[in-house]
Design a protein around this ligand. Structure first.
Ligand SMILES: [Zn+2]
Length: 114
């Protein structure tokens, strides 16, 4: 006969009493927890991690918008300078180099890479 004391019991929902099972849930006091659908959310404020995520995402959106602008501007510059090449060649090479560096740093801030 197997010794059941070493087998961890399944967690129960503290609200509905059913097995936590595969339904989305939070652990309240291991192994018991609460199904997300059973919790009385009116007793909980907007989660702090959600506030932090909102701020991070807003920053990310600004960085992506800036990266999009710089990407389009550098593309336009290349089209224009190619047309008049080799006029202003030295200035073009320096300008493309400068803008490429700027774009790389903005893409990195946006969590993207060239
Ligand atoms: Zn439940």
């Amino acid at each position: 006969v197997a010794d059941d004391s070493t087998v961890p019991r399944a967690g129960l929902c503290i609200t509905c009493g059913r097995d936590l099972g595969a339904e989305p849930h939070l652990i309240v006091s291991a192994p018991d927890g609460e199904h997300l659908g059973c919790r009385d959310w009116t007793r909980y404020p907007w989660p702090r991690p959600f506030e932090q995520l909102e701020r991070r995402l807003a920053g990310r959106v600004r960085a992506i918008q800036r990266a999009l602008e710089l990407t389009a501007e550098l593309g336009s510059l290349l089209v224009e300078r190619r047309r008049r090449w080799p006029l202003d060649a030295a200035e073009t090479v320096a300008e493309v180099e400068r803008r490429s560096r700027e774009l790389r740093s903005v893409l990195e801030r946006a969590g993207l890479r060239v």
